[in-house]
Design a protein around this ligand. Structure first.
Ligand code: PLP
Length: 525
């Protein structure tokens, strides 16, 4: 299924942004006529070098830094890795890193690798956040030690928009002689940043979050900061990063920085007002919807709202009907349907974390678009809740979230299908929203929403983890298949599986997959 460009209601600007037309215009000559290598000695290449110099100045101006402190990279992720690895190499034996539990995978995964792949040579402190996503400054103070090589803390969170007190934290690190890096990928362009006045040593940013192309980023390195290159090679970027520059994208990034500087006020007035209208409208119109993240210490464009008892992926699929684009808190990649680590770190319960949607606006967002979302969302959430046996009804004051029987845990159910190549575009996974023991303790019920169409099925496997947690799984190998279920029904997006429990915590598990669930062709998907 494709959509016509320009008809989308795009509220996913923390994922990526539209390239500004002015940026495209600035880039075009460097994709066509001016193809010289900026390092060449001839005038033709030299002209391109001059354009790079101008772009570097535009970036520096947005960050209130000097152009020599700006280094172009391929993306925010590269900038993050470069800063952290450089600090570790220059830190003369120090092996401690301070970061948070809510970092983007660009920092989170690197830290995990440093901890495990290098045989635990590095010690990582991951600072906690409270239920509003805010850090505890006392915990931070106590974490700073003689052995700390670098602090790496994001300026603004990509999922909730929560802003951390980076200036203050950088000063505290500086007083202890510790290098400070901030991943400012979501922060740049949303509020003024004055690096000359701050104690930040390294700052990462990314082009595609500020209306420049994907595949270009920046690492700010404060003058005098010890630095070891990540990409060794030629003399580009004053010997700090080898590799011929991505010229056109860098020119585009320069232009995007100039535009962002001019639009910071609009972000904090018009965009903020639209975000508030959207958020307040949703919270008022939809019962049991919860705002995730501190209300005031937050990016002006971001709103993360949980709709209890529904599942984020299903919401997004239904939003597709109206061409509304947003993101879900549960990262449904490579079969992992765990809810977001950010929401889990904030202690958001499973039932709400699974139903979280991030709306992220930009200066291109219009009031008419927000009005469409406000018009469609209440009915959309309502219809999904109708399908959930756990939805206690709109008269929510009278119901506990446990509703009918006891909700044990969110479960992950994989519906696997053997298909031929012609069916590759079908979706094959199904995610179970709830795992529940019925009121009499006699039945185990798994309810899932099918993400898919045509013929789905062949077998259903329930990954053992939730079962273990619930005390239902005796060993790693125990997987439950459809064949063990007493009944399986499928109705539009909903799959309901029932297992009879022989005794409350002891039932037979059949590992032989057999039965099919057929999703009728006319199910609306
Ligand atoms: N850091 C944060 C906070 C982000 O939101 C992102 C992208 O979503 C990145 C880093 C990675 O940036 P890039 O996609 O340019 O590698």
């Amino acid at each position: 299924m494709k959509t016509r460009p320009g008809t989308e209601i795009y509220l996913d600007n923390n994922a990526t942004t539209k390239i500004a037309p002015e940026v495209v215009e600035a880039m075009m000559p460097y994709l066509t006529d001016y193809y010289g290598n900026p390092s060449s000695m001839h005038i033709f290449g030299g002209q391109v070098g001059d354009a790079l110099k101008h772009a570097r100045k535009q970036v520096a101006d947005l960050l209130c830094a000097s152009p020599e402190e700006i280094m172009f990279t391929s993306c925010g992720t590269e900038s993050d890795s470069t800063a952290i690895l450089s600090a570790l190499q220059s830190a003369q034996g120090k092996r401690h890193i301070i970061t948070t539990r809510v970092e983007h995978p660009a920092v989170k995964t690197l830290c995990e690798n440093l901890e495990t792949l290098t045989g635990h040579k590095h010690r990582i402190t991951r600072l906690k956040v409270n239920s509003e996503g805010l850090l505890d400054m006392d915990e931070y103070r106590q974490a700073l030690t003689e052995d700390t090589a670098i602090v790496s803390i994001m300026w603004a969170n990509n999922e909730t928009g929560v802003i951390f007190p980076i200036e203050e934290m950088a000063q505290m690190a500086k007083r202890r002689g510790i290098l400070f890096h901030t991943d400012a990928v979501q922060a740049v362009g949303k509020f003024p940043i004055h690096l000359q006045k701050s104690s930040v040593d390294f700052l990462s940013m990314s082009g595609h979050k500020i209306h420049a192309p994907k595949g270009v980023g920046v690492l700010y390195v404060r003058r005098g900061t010890p630095y070891v290159p990540f990409l060794a090679g030629g003399h580009q970027e004053r010997g700090r990063r080898g590799g011929t520059e991505n010229v056109a994208s860098i020119i585009g990034l320069g232009k995007a920085c100039e535009l962002a500087a001019a639009k910071i006020d609009e972000q904090n007035t018009r965009v903020r007002a639209l975000r508030d209208k959207l958020e307040n409208g949703l919270l008022q119109a939809i019962p049991r919807s919860i705002l995730n993240g501190n209300r005031s210490e937050r990016l002006p464009n971001t709103s993360n709202v949980s709709f209890e008892f529904v599942e984020g992926e299903s919401i997004l699929l239904h939003m597709n009907r109206y061409n509304i684009c947003a993101s879900s808190g549960s990262a449904c990649t490579s079969g992992s349907l765990e809810p977001s680590h950010v929401l889990r770190a904030m202690g958001v319960p499973f039932t709400a974390a699974h139903g979280s949607i991030r709306f992220s606006l930009s200066t291109y967002t219009t009031e008419a678009e927000v009005d469409v979302v406000l018009e469609k969302m209440p009915a959309l959430i309502g219809s999904l809740r109708e399908m959930s046996p756990f939805w206690p009804g709109d008269d929510h004051e009278n119901h506990s979230s446990q509703g009918h029987g006891s909700v044990l845990e969110m479960a992950v159910v994989s519906l696997c299908v053997d298909c031929d190549d012609s069916e590759k575009d079908a979706f094959y996974r199904c995610k179970a929203n709830f795992l529940q023991i019925d009121e009499l303790g006699k039945q185990l019920i798994v309810t899932g929403s099918v993400r898919g169409f045509r013929e789905l099925g062949q077998r259903v496997e329930i990954q053992p983890r939730p079962w273990e947690r619930a005390g239902l799984c005796r060993s790693e190998k125990q997987l439950t298949s459809m064949a063990g279920a007493d009944s399986a029904s499928q109705q539009s997006m909903k799959v309901l599986l029932r297992w009879q429990l022989a005794a409350a915590w002891d039932f037979h598990i059949n590992q032989q997959p057999q039965e099919n669930i057929k999703v009728p062709a006319d199910c609306g998907w």
